[in-house]
Ligand binder design. Structure first.
Ligand code: NDP
Ligand code: X2W
Length: 336
């Protein structure tokens, strides 16, 4: 039996991961951690999430740097469900204890230190870890995930976008020089559990934000290999992301070729569901690990729609897919 701990377990993605790990037949959930000064320290996780009562009643233990060695005793797997700066500082310490680290933050997703100064506002101290980290887009990087000890789980908008775009670019169907335009709307849980005015119920309606400046744009650019225009929106619902993506096809490319590209990429991938002539809807993916893809072609114009649960395929269930890949379990274990 492998043993796992979750750091940042009181947050939205950490609590989801605790549930996947509890259900896993080959992994024991051995500890849940929050920051040293957390207001939730020593509470049971089920005091915060009532649905977990009787299922996961482990305490949220405070964790400081000096406690990391003890927290890692006999531990194989560490999930960092923490803010980018926190993951940046903690990952090397957990790696030094011979654990395999799955980081849900953006701290190790993009191989460019300059990117972190521009988009995250901190100087990255570990260029060697940026090189070593594998980007955990599970349907695309499975072989690399199997061989690394640091997995950078992709961001939520990025997962929705790359899952939709990669088959088309791999098949060479998209006209060069015209950037894909991604408009994506996220539920408010994308901003995490901490209180903030912008994500408070009375403040949220439906509005764009981060126009031309959101950090997921360069993350998509790097992992797609081409530049995009990306505009995120915040919607007044709890969970889910719907991305609508406009593209121009190469001359002569047919709807059948688009269908075939998606079939080739995903026919044997159980987590990506190709809609048959219908279009994705959040109600079909929220609470599930799926990415639903639908599309329509009109001459050279192609619109693709991608729907995920931001906390699941956009974070925790994708991390669980990566854990399964890394340790040789079926990719759907504990999530389907
Ligand atoms: N929400 C989403 O849809 C997605 C989030 N992500 C990323 O996943 C990560 C977690 O996100 P989310 O769950 O939303 O965040 P939350 O804000 O909901 O949770 C953050 C957690 O980290 C804990 N924490 C803060 N500082 C420390 C520390 N020094 N040591 C240990 N624990 C600490 C918090 O508890 P406390 O402060 O009480 O200590 C809390 O448990 C982030 O990097 C986010 O960007 C990625 C994809 C999607
Ligand atoms: C609605 C909302 O605020 N969403 C978050 C994205 C969440 C995500 O994917 O997280 P990473 O920060 O790990 O990249 C945002 O726009 O910052």
């Amino acid at each position: 039996m492998l043993k796992a701990i979750v750091v940042g377990a009181s947050g939205y993605t950490g609590a989801e991961l605790a549930q996947f790990l509890t259900r896993h037949p080959n992994i024991e959930l051995s500890g849940l951690y929050v920051s040293e000064g957390s207001l939730d320290k020593d509470k049971k996780i089920s005091e915060l999430y009532g649905n977990l009562r009787g299922c996961i009643d482990l305490p949220l233990q405070p964790l400081g740097v000096s406690g990391i060695k003890a927290a890692c005793e006999n531990i194989d797997i560490v999930i960092l469900a923490t803010a980018h700066e926190v993951s940046h500082d903690l990952a090397p310490l957990f790696l030094a204890e011979d654990t395999v680290v799955f980081d849900l933050s953006g701290a190790f997703r993009v191989q460019s230190t300059g990117f972190y100064e521009k988009y995250y506002g901190f100087t990255h101290q570990y260029p060697e870890l940026l090189e070593k980290a594998v980007y955990g887009l599970a349907e695309w990087n499975a072989e690399q995930v199997k061989t690394t000890d640091l997995i950078a789980v992709p961001g939520c908008y990025t997962t929705a976008s790359l899952t939709a775009l990669k088959p088309l670019f791999e098949a060479g169907l998209i006209k060069q020089g015209i950037k894909p335009t991604i408009n994506a709307t996220s539920g408010v849980s994308g901003a995490g559990r901490k209180a903030s005015v912008v994500s408070s119920f009375c403040e949220v309606s439906l509005q764009p934000y981060g126009v031309f400046t959101h950090r997921h744009k360069p993350e998509i650019d790097q992992h797609l290999g081409t530049n995009v225009v990306f505009t995120p929106h915040l919607g007044s619902f709890k969970r889910g992301i719907l991305a609508s993506i406009n593209l121009v096809l190469n001359e002569g490319v047919t709807a059948e070729q688009v269908n075939q590209a998606y079939q080739d990429a995903y026919a044997d991938k159980p987590i990506v569901r190709l809609m048959d002539g219908t279009l994705p809807a959040l109600k079909n993916v929220v609470g599930t690990p799926f990415c639903d893809l639908g599309w329509a072609v009109d001459g050279e114009d192609l619109v693709v729609f991608s729907a995920i649960d931001n906390l699941l395929k956009g974070a925790s269930s994708q991390a669980m897919q990566c854990i399964n890949l890394r340790f040789g379990f079926d990719i759907t274990t504990s999530i389907l």
